[in-house]
Design a protein around this ligand. Structure first.
Ligand SMILES: Nc1ncnc2c1ncn2[C@@H]1O[C@H](COP(=O)(O)OP(=O)(O)OP(=O)(O)O)[C@@H](O)[C@H]1O
Length: 512
């Protein structure tokens, strides 16, 4: 009976409320109505003291740095209070990582302020060109009492960012790229678990060049103030050029490892417009290396003045199959991103990015690029990676065979300039020798002899009839060299002694 009475009183209360509301709406002048509305909403908001800040993973197409920072911050904190946690150890991470599960909360007190974090994941439906797809939209909610709004803004949030930065620094050996960015179709355009083992120690390039690159990078990262003082965006452009297999990709990985930057590998051919490219680039995080590989294949970026004559040359040129396929595949998209689009982003747009960024273009054909793209300020440093020279060879021998010196090193030094072998060629031979130093060195020399023969043969085919004699002599020399290597390998098997003398004797014989 009591319950029935309660329901009755609620009903009459609601009826009275509706009556008053209608009366206010109908009879009160609008000005007084608005005034009363503001007045009551003020009273209600002071009665509801909670403020909530939402931190989404993506802001439109761009990643939100604060989301990542909060994620790192909470992974270090949530263990003590969240009820359901996720435990993981991503590949290449040393430590276990705790993170909050969806729909979970974590509470803490900071300088007397009660803070509550909640983590949600919501499905967002998007439709594009008749296709509908669902995207995961993850977000953190930060709630606290209204009266602490100012303190949260000026102390707590900076504290979270500081802790997150410290965690990132502490875990700098963890090489995992976790950032995700979606393009307008909702596809991930860049999600690279970055754990490339290449470092400056394993990179076989001229030591002087290596040191120069390291110095340049260090100067760049410590000159934040300088860049802002002179009013320039904090970015640097590198162009890596040289034949395939000379270590362009390895150098990029070594740079990212050295600087501890994220890598974004930009597939320009998948970008459908200049504005999309601009959006994608702005969505990259601070401290990142943006890589555009094979720029000459991705776009028609050749010097506009030379374009027509080049087109003819291209038809006649005997290029590698893979490059042809690449060009054909990408040809249909040639018009989508223009040279000016690329130039624009390399120049001006960076200013809106804030943090330091390195952009690296690679090409096998520097001469095909437009001069406008190559000028300083756009591509600040041009790095030529070429065929293997002796210092690089020694590094490869050390890395792959574990040797600092070898009796055949002098021979290699003599022959290297006569061949066009890339570090990749040599690395491949060493790989197949399973760390047997003698076998590795002998196999390399045999291959060099073959390469030299091939090169000589090509040169001679082009030469005039008068050069026929020298061709015969060169072939004789090659045969001698080939034989001497075989001979040496036999001798090596018999005894390790007297090698130096035997080699000297063989070389002398060849010279004679
Ligand atoms: N300078 C180098 N130092 C150490 N290893 C190298 C070097 N150059 C090539 N290599 C080896 O050869 C492989 C291929 O090299 P990489 O992909 O870096 O060459 P690239 O110049 O980028 O070739 P492409 O132009 O075809 O992309 C690497 O995985 C690495 O093992």
């Amino acid at each position: 009976m009591d319950v029935i009475l309660d329901w009755k009183s609620i009903g009459s209360l609601l009826a009275t409320f509706m009556f008053i509301r209608t009366a206010i709406n109908d009879f009160l002048p609008p000005e007084i109505y608005q005034y009363l509305k503001r007045f009551f909403s003020k009273i209600f908001s002071s009665l509801l003291p909670k403020v909530t800040i939402i931190i989404e993973e993506f802001d439109g197409a761009y990643t939100n740095d604060i989301f990542e920072a909060v994620q790192a911050y909470l992974s270090s904190k949530c263990f003590s209070s969240a009820q359901v946690l996720k435990l993981s150890r991503p590949k290449n991470f040393k430590n276990l990582t705790f993170s909050m599960n969806t729909n979970q909360s974590f509470e803490e007190t900071f300088e007397g302020i009660k803070i509550k974090w909640s983590f949600y994941s919501v499905e967002k439906k998007t439709s594009n060109l008749g296709y509908s797809r669902s995207l995961e939209n993850r977000l953190f909610e930060l709630s606290f009492h209204r009266k602490y709004k100012e303190s949260v803004h000026s102390s707590y949030i900076p504290h979270v960012m500081e802790v997150a930065e410290a965690i990132k620094f502490r875990n700098r050996e963890r090489k995992l790229y976790t950032n995700r960015a979606y393009n307008e179709d909702g596809r991930i355009w860049s999600s690279i678990p970055f754990s490339h083992p290449s470092t400056f120690d394993t990179l076989a390039i001229d030591p002087v060049l290596k040191e120069d690159i390291k110095q340049d990078l260090m100067r760049f990262v410590r000159r934040k103030e300088f860049y802002s003082r002179v009013g320039r965006a904090w970015k640097r452009g590198y162009l890596l050029y040289g034949p395939p297999g000379t270590g362009k990709t390895s150098l990029i990985a070594a740079i990212a490892n050295f600087l501890e930057f994220d890598i974004y590998d930009m597939e320009l051919t998948a970008v459908t417009s200049n504005s999309q490219m601009r959006k994608l680039l702005i969505s990259t995080s601070n401290k990142s290396v943006i890589v555009v590989e094979d720029i000459d294949c991705s776009l028609d970026l050749s010097d506009r003045k030379k374009k027509e004559s080049r087109a003819e040359d291209d038809n006649n040129e005997n290029e590698g199959d893979s490059r042809k396929i690449k060009s054909q595949k990408k040809g249909s998209l040639l018009q989508t991103v223009s040279l000016s689009g690329v130039l624009n982003f390399v120049d001006g747009l960076w200013s809106s990015c804030g943090g330091e960024r390195l952009i690296i273009f690679t090409t096998n054909h520097k001469e095909k690029l437009d001069a406008a793209l190559l000028r300083p300020g756009r591509m600040d440093k041009h790095i030529n990676l070429s065929f293997c020279e002796i210092e690089a060879f020694k590094m490869l021998a050390k890395n792959y065979l574990g040797i600092d010196k070898h009796e055949l090193m002098r021979k290699v030094e003599k022959m290297l300039p006569l061949t066009k072998m890339t570090p990749a060629d040599i690395a491949e031979i060493f790989m197949s020798c399973e760390e047997d130093a003698d076998m590795g060195m002998i196999s390399v020399i045999k291959r060099m002899v073959k390469e030299k023969k091939k090169n000589d043969h090509l040169t001679i085919e082009d030469a005039s009839v008068d050069d026929q004699k020298s061709k015969a002599k060169k072939n004789d020399d090659n045969d001698n060299e080939d034989a001497s290597v075989d001979q040496k390998s036999k001798e090596k098997k018999i005894t390790d002694n007297d090698n130096e003398e035997k080699e000297d004797a063989t070389e002398k014989k060849e010279e004679d």
